[in-house]
Design a protein. Structure first.
Length: 119
C-alpha cells in the first residue's frame, strides 16, 4: 500500500525522527499508527463502558443474564452465549472497538483488558 503525505513539514519531521532513531520512515509511521489505534480503542471502550453503566438499569430490564455488545452508545447485539456473540460482532465490526459485557445485577466493578475482550 502506498501512502502519500502532502504536508512537507510533516514529511521533514518524520525523516528527521527516522534518522535520529536509526530506522526507516515506515517503522516510525507503523509505530505511530499502532500507538494511535491502541489509544483510540482504549478510549472508545472506556466511553462504551461509561455508557453501559449509565443505562445499566434499562439493560437489566431487557437483557438480564445475557451479554450485550455496545457500539457508539447503542446495543448492537446480545446473546446468552458470549462466544457466539463475539463471533457475530467480529464478523460485523471487524476490528472496530465494541464493548461486550455481561448484564447482571452485580454492582459496578472495574473491567480488565484482555486483548480483544474485558474480563
Amino acid at each position: 500500500m502506498g501512502i502519500e503525505l502532502r504536508e512537507k513539514s510533516l514529511v521533514d519531521r518524520l525523516n528527521q525522527l527516522a534518522r535520529q532513531q536509526g530506522g526507516g520512515v515506515e517503522q516510525v509511521l507503523e509505530d505511530a499508527v499502532r500507538d494511535y489505534l491502541d489509544r483510540f480503542e482504549k478510549e472508545s471502550i472506556h466511553r462504551e463502558t461509561e455508557h453501559f453503566w449509565a443505562i445499566h438499569t434499562e439493560l437489566l430490564e431487557q437483557y438480564s443474564g445475557e451479554f450485550v455488545a455496545l457500539y457508539s452508545g447503542q446495543v448492537v447485539d446480545h446473546d446468552q452465549d458470549v462466544t457466539a456473540l463475539e463471533k457475530r460482532v467480529r464478523q460485523r465490526f471487524s476490528w472496530l472497538p465494541v464493548l461486550i459485557a455481561p448484564v447482571n445485577p452485580k454492582p459496578r466493578r472495574e473491567l480488565s483488558w484482555r486483548g480483544t475482550r474485558f474480563d
